[in-house]
Design a protein around this ligand. Sequence first.
Ligand SMILES: Nc1ncnc2c1ncn2[C@@H]1O[C@H](COP(=O)(O)OP(=O)(O)O)[C@@H](O)[C@H]1O
Ligand SMILES: [Mg+2]
Length: 262
Amino acid sequence: MNPINRIITIANQKGGVGKTTTAINLATALAAIGEHVLIIDLDPQGNASTGLGIDRRDRAVSSYDLLMGTHSVQETVLPTAVPNLSIVPSTMDLLGFEMEISQQADRVFRLKRALTQIALPYSYIILDCPPSFNLLTMNAMAAAQSVLVPLQCEFFALEGLSQLLETVNQVKQTVNPGLDIQGIVLTMFDARNNLAQQVVNDVRTYLGDKVYHTLIPRNVRVSEAPSYGKPAILYDLKCAGSQAYLQLASEVIQRERRRKAA
Ligand SMILES: Nc1ncnc2c1ncn2[C@@H]1O[C@H](COP(=O)(O)OP(=O)(O)O)[C@@H](O)[C@H]1O
Ligand SMILES: [Mg+2]
């Protein structure tokens, strides 16, 4: 099996920008391309777990147990309907993590420790974060090599981004010097909306080649898929949203190859 190449955290402190949708569909697309992928759901809401069809009754152990150090990745991981894609699901237990662990000196490194204890058989690990800069997101940023930022194509897209970039910088200077931005993906693009095109232009001007070429369109099939417990790519491979996520996966892989060659 291929070794870990990359731990990518999907982060943005705003809710509803497409983090979970991107985590699920990027992970599925990477798996479809032949990578061995693990998603770790770090949001107490558990949308990534639900969206991948993991019944709440099957979440006896979860990312909470992983972070608490009582269970290993192998003990918390579940298979999904997607070949080569596994998940460590989340439960509401995660809500207690911050309070229970906030006095511990190693509180930011819980996830990193769980992921480095033994060699894991995944080439990509995708971390789905909650919509805030809490201890869960900090654990993700401390464990990851890079951050992938979904930005919704709306008027306020750039608002909050400088705070996010500043947080990544702080993490770099304190707990994780190797952290970088994998890229910024524009989500829920609606070509019929003139404002959306303006937002794309502004974001590209401001952030340059950090922004992926792939634009994720607003697509009803993408929003329907989670209610069937399926990634969009399984629910409707041909829809524009699925095709965009496949294209995004190949951009992510290309960036990894370039990084390795550099
Ligand atoms: N490309 C898209 N087209 C249509 N709906 C989308 C798309 N991406 C996300 N959504 C919907 O927008 C909502 C928020 O997305 P989600 O991925 O859960 O955001 P976050 O994890 O950042 O809170 C969800 O209902 C999701 O189904
Ligand atoms: Mg989410």
